[in-house]
Write a protein that binds this ligand. Structure first.
Ligand code: ADP
Ligand code: MG
Length: 563
């Protein structure tokens, strides 16, 4: 097949332009990205071979090589992992599939200035393309495990790339960066220096479980024996090391590798379970919710290892769906290396593990709430809407979730409140916890249902996430206080046993009986009844549902779903 030239997808082109021209001041991270990809490729090959031992691939010495050629000014990162087919190279390298990166491009378009753009690059992973920060040409040669033919991809990052098949490609993937001309002003960015490479690998990739080797600089005339390559990383699994031996930075680098995120996590959670079913877990709460968190095909779950061997990504059996944003690693001692997703779903030990991990995550959120208000506020802003799904689905942890939940309220314009604080502020004669649901804070605050509550100074929770409609019903009450919608049923805000008020009401009922009857006739089957109410102060009338009816928002939701 002749060499073919292709155009980058529009988003990819924009990203590349940014890599080449802007640029993010911390260029060192390009190496972390290439090593991270190589490590993933080695994990995938070991797993593929485990599943099918007839696969034509050698897994006896899986590793990553870094080679420097000072004279040619090239830096090569090579792995003998899973590799890519011709079509895969086109798909994976020519387009931007990573959803986080697509989001990044969107935000980038909005960032008007260079400083804004640079800040954004720091926050998002750009993966393979980050090579173009330091190189003016990148070449990749790869061969998919089991295939005979290899593929060569090459680009200068300027709009197009070429693809051709090659016959003698070794197993795995080799990425060669033709480094930009040296900057005599800035020796710090000399990527042909073994010292520099050693330092970057140590800083960003020490925990990678595969050896990262660097060939020594060739010094001719020192005998015939080829000098031994040096292994740059310690390969120690961070989750197995004692807490006080590991720095926060090291944990954060692991998070970035497995979470495909460039930002630090909000919280690191460590758990060591001893006993009959031993495992170690290192979990992370991200600082930002991914934009596809509420889509059906959101990849949830943490990585599963068995005795340090990577088994699967996105292991959904380890955490419930409402904790799908949690990233991390769980390493179990006593599982089979051949364990499948189906088996995991049914395994008794895995279910116990899920319960324990769930409680641990919830208690960490609780700690955050007690010890670091700002962190908690960030967490709740990003993930509160997801966590509340647990109020509906996880009866066992309902109280623990309620304890860390907070809600917008008429009590304060900006600070959300907990249910506990709401109850403490309740007036002496107030028996229920009042809430209103709707699409936005503005919409619910302007609702006529709110008038009487505002007039009487009664606090109302403002619930505007779709899931709020559902959990208020399932939960029903908090500390014996009924959760009551201000838009449902009859609400009597006047103090009970007030004879004068009762007499007044009777008089009003007589007075308005004719009007009510007329309205009932006019509205016919559209309504159930018309009644006098004390809930309005400004608006003349409003529509309410029966206490057991669906709220208008839920009704709309079901209707939209075709039910
Ligand atoms: P990400 O790693 O977040 O998916 P990258 O831009 O780093 O994004 O890589 C894009 C994809 O290209 C990877 O998901 C992987 O499928 C493929 N890829 C990159 N490098 C390698 C490699 N060394 N071996 C095999 N596949 C690779
Ligand atoms: Mg990557």
């Amino acid at each position: 097949m002749p060499t073919e030239t292709f155009e980058f997808q529009v988003e990819a082109r924009q990203l590349l332009q940014l890599m080449i021209h802007s640029v993010y001041s911390n260029k060192d991270v390009f190496l972390r990205e290439l090593v991270s990809n190589a490590s993933d490729a080695l994990d995938k090959l070991r797993l593929a071979k485990l599943k099918d031992d007839t696969l034509d691939a050698d897994i006896r010495d899986l590793h990553i090589d870094i080679d420097i050629d000072k004279d040619a000014r090239t830096l090569t990162v090579r792995d003998n992992g899973i590799g890519m087919s011709y079509d895969e190279v086109g798909q994976l390298i020519g387009t931007i599939a990573n959803s986080g990166t697509a989001q990044f491009i969107e935000e980038l378009k909005e960032a008007q200035d260079r400083a804004g753009a640079e800040g954004l690059i720091g926050q998002f992973g750009v993966g393979f393309y980050s090579g173009f920060m330091v190189a003016d040409e990148v070449t990749l040669v790869t061969r998919r495990a089991g295939e005979q033919q290899g593929t060569r991809w090459s680009s200068r990052g300027e709009g197009t790339y070429t693809l051709e098949t090659v016959q003698d490609a070794p197993q795995g993937t080799t990425v060669t960066l033709h480094l930009k001309p040296a900057d005599p002003e800035n020796q710090l960015h000399d990527y042909t220096s073994p010292w520099k490479i050693r330092e970057i690998v140590k800083r960003y990739s020490d925990f990678i479980t595969w050896p990262i080797r660097m060939a020594p600089e060739s010094s001719p005339g020192e005998g015939d024996e080829a000098p031994q390559p040096e292994t740059l990383n310690s390969m120690k699994a961070l989750w197995a090391r004692p807490r006080d031996e590991v720095s926060d930075d090291e944990y954060h680098e692991l998070y970035k590798h497995i979470g495909h995120d460039w930002r630090d996590p909000l919280e690191t959670i460590r758990l060591q379970a001893e006993g009959t079913f031993e495992y170690q877990a290192l979990l992370f709460l991200p600082a930002h919710a991914p934009h596809d968190l509420f889509t059906r095909d959101f990849q949830r779950g943490v990585q599963l290892y068995v005795k340090r061997v990577f088994i699967m990504d996105d292991c959904e059996a380890l955490l419930p769906p409402y904790l799908r944003f949690v990233k991390g690693v769980v390493d179990a001692q006593d599982l089979s290396l051949n364990v499948s997703r189906e088996i995991l779903q049914q395994d008794r030990h895995i279910r116990m593990m899920q319960r324990r991990l769930t409680k641990k995550v919830l208690s960490s959120v609780k700690d955050m709430m007690t010890n670091d208000q700002d962190k908690y506020a960030t967490f709740w802003r990003e993930f509160g809407a997801v966590l509340k799904e647990g109020l509906v689905t996880d009866t066992e942890n309902r109280d623990a979730i309620l304890a860390v939940a907070s809600f917008a309220s008429t009590h304060d314009d900006s600070e959300p409140t907990t249910l506990g604080d709401y109850v403490e502020r309740m007036k002496d004669d107030q028996e229920d916890i009042y809430f209103i649901t709707g699409e936005s804070r503005q919409a619910v605050e302007n609702s006529p249902h709110m008038e009487a509550f505002r007039a009487k100074g009664i606090e109302v929770l403002l619930l505007t996430d779709p899931v709020d409609e559902v959990w208020v019903d399932t939960v029903g009450a908090y500390e014996g206080k009924t959760l009551r919608s201000v838009a449902k049923g009859e609400i009597d805000l006047d103090a009970k046993g007030d004879d004068q008020a009762d007499g007044e009401k009777e008089k009003q009922a007589e007075e308005y009986a004719g009007l009510l009857r007329w309205m009932r006739e006019q509205l016919g089957d559209d309504i159930k009844e018309v009644r006098l109410s004390s809930r309005l102060t400004v608006s003349p009338a409003c529509v309410v549902s029966d206490a057991q009816d669906l709220t208008p928002a839920l009704e709309n939701m079901y209707r939209a779903m075709g039910q």
